[in-house]
Design a protein around this ligand. Structure first.
Ligand SMILES: CC(C)(COP(=O)(O)OP(=O)(O)OC[C@H]1O[C@@H](n2cnc3c(N)ncnc32)[C@H](O)[C@@H]1OP(=O)(O)O)[C@@H](O)C(=O)NCCC(=O)NCCS
Length: 159
């Protein structure tokens, strides 16, 4: 298993993983078309990779098995975990067959190192109530709750 930086060519991979993140319960609550066409979910990856976007991909052999990505959104078109214009919001998912083997842990620590090196002051995210696997991972990496949006908490990790 190794990590590589996400590139301009990773849009389809990241869209698939964004869908996994929205469908974290295992039910197909959303389709790829929903995620792409809805303005609120579409803005996470629309036009990837813009200046300032940052992502990291976990690769097992030659197969990508997960990723973390982040982009700064603005107050007039925020994400669910919006905190400030200069605090990018992170998304992540690991392919269902590769979970529980430390891939998420490897990805998140690798991503936070890169974000710090890039000079970011903090990253935020939104985690839905009941997503205990993701929540535990985030808390172990120093994320703390700073807000609430619908049925989700907004978490912040200062860098
Ligand atoms: C959250 C996610 C990225 C974690 O990836 P992963 O590769 O399974 O993570 P790891 O193997 O590094 O395990 C992370 C921790 O979660 C724990 N965990 C795994 N499944 C769990 C569950 N159902 N309930 C509670 N903890 C769980 C693991 O035991 C591990 O803790 P440990 O290191 O103390 O043993 C992955 O489960 C996933 O892609 N979920 C669906 C998408 C999603 O929810 N994205 C985040 C949206 S906010």
């Amino acid at each position: 298993m190794h990590l590589r930086d996400a590139t301009d060519d990773d849009l389809d991979l990241l869209l698939d993983l964004l869908l996994e993140a929205f469908n974290w319960t295992g039910e197909a609550r959303f389709t790829l078309d929903d995620v792409r066409s809805d303005p609120h979910t579409g803005r996470y990856l629309d036009g990837w990779r813009r200046p300032g976007d940052l992502g990291v991909v976990a690769v097992d052999g030659t197969a990508p098995v997960g990723a973390v990505w982040a982009r700064a959104l603005t107050a007039d078109a925020p994400g669910y975990g919006y905190v400030a214009d200069d605090v990018p919001e992170l998304g992540m998912a690991v392919a269902a067959g590769a979970r529980g083997r430390g891939v998420g842990t490897l990805l998140l620590s690798g991503f936070l190192d890169r974000a710090r090196t890039a000079g970011w002051r903090a990253v935020s995210l939104s985690v839905e109530d009941g997503n205990t696997a993701a929540r535990a991972l985030y808390e172990r990496h120093g994320f703390v709750p700073v807000g609430r949006n619908g049925g989700s908490d907004t978490l912040l990790r200062t860098l």
